[in-house]
Design a protein around this ligand. Structure first.
Ligand code: NAD
Length: 301
């Protein structure tokens, strides 16, 4: 049964794929699309309306910012995309302007809305939105390393023929080059993952997962299906108040910034943030990851 209204701001490759993923999950009572490019937005809404016959979602429409502000979940996918050879941090200045513009227009927000930031660099843009929007910080989250964690689990699953859902392994920190695979605390049925795959090999898989984005960009110049699937699943967990643990970008008090940690996700957004036990090396790398984010944040906030 569809549970609530979802607005998607930015209907390019990621926004359109996210809308489609949400439709196929039957989670929204209405989908509202917003984009500065009105022609594209109309085209996406019309094209996606053909998929309504195969979904429990009854409506999709081009909306205004006032419509979007009343939604239960507002997904932000507007922004310039990463181009081959460009780091996520290079997107910073352009996307800061775009996210600031959107936050300014989201007046009279539904006080219970959850904002899901997808625009890169996602940890920075999530923190920027937290600062600009009049909402509790736990209601403003970023898709973060949910995708990176899925990529890692998928590689592990292929290697040892255990279903992804039974592999408890998280990528934490920045959604970017400084991300950290928390391998020392990864488990299958309570057994350390290192008993299934030697640490050196696991580290290779983690590097492969981290590099996958660049491989995709080389071939098709953008990525959309993976992140869209993650965001739709995230929305399902929010709307159905599931309290599933998902690594999302959320405010971490001890670092005074947003980055990903495994967090219970429900109607109020990020609820309990789990502090995962790390090896000394992983902790050093997490602190370095936080420092990377901090330096970029200082450029814009
Ligand atoms: P795209 O260029 O296809 O789409 C971006 C859309 O944003 C365009 O339709 C554009 O008109 C719109 N837009 C720009 N400024 C706007 C504004 N002020 N208000 C409303 N709409 C505006 O790009 P894409 O491939 O869909 O990527 C979108 C963003 O998602 C990029 O920042 C990209 O880096 C990011 N992304 C994030 C992840 C992740 O895992 N977090 C993965 C892939 C892409």
């Amino acid at each position: 049964m569809p549970q609530g209204k979802i607005a998607i701001i930015g209907t390019g490759f990621v926004g359109a794929a996210t809308a489609y993923s949400c439709l196929m999950r039957n989670i929204a009572s209405e989908l509202i699309l917003v984009d500065v490019n009105e022609t594209l937005c109309k085209g996406q809404a019309l094209d996606l309306s053909d998929a309504l016959s195969f979904s429990d979602t009854p409506y999709i429409k081009v909306g205004s910012y006032a419509d979007a502000a009343q939604a239960d979940i507002i997904i932000i996918t507007a922004g310039q995309a990463q181009i081959p050879g460009q780091s996520r941090t290079e997107l910073l200045a352009t996307n800061k302007t775009i996210i600031s513009d959107i936050c300014t227009k989201l007046t009279l927000l539904n006080k219970n809305a959850v904002i899901v930031m997808v625009t890169n660099p996602v940890d920075i843009m999530t923190r920027l939105a937290q600062k600009l929007l009049d909402l509790p910080m736990q209601q403003v989250i970023g898709s973060g390393t949910m995708l990176d964690s899925q990529r890692l689990r998928n590689l592990i699953a292929q290697k040892i023929q255990v279903a992804e859902q039974s592999i408890h392994a998280y990528v934490i920190g920045e959604h970017g080059d400084s991300q950290v695979a928390a391998l020392s605390c990864a488990r299958i049925a309570g057994v350390p993952l290192t008993q299934f795959i030697p640490l050196q090999e696991l580290e290779k898989l983690a590097r492969k997962a981290q590099q996958k984005v660049y491989e995709i960009l080389t071939y098709k110049k953008y990525t959309n299906y993976g992140v869209a699937s993650c965001v739709a699943a995230l929305c399902q967990n929010i709307l159905f108040d599931n309290n599933r643990i998902i690594p999302v970008s959320c405010y971490l008090k001890q670092y005074d910034l947003c980055m990903s940690m495994p967090t219970t996700i429900g109607k109020g957004g990020a609820q309990q943030i789990i502090t995962v036990p790390l090896s000394p090396n992983e902790l050093d790398r997490l602190q370095a990851s936080a420092q990377t984010i901090r330096e970029n944040l200082q450029l814009i906030i």
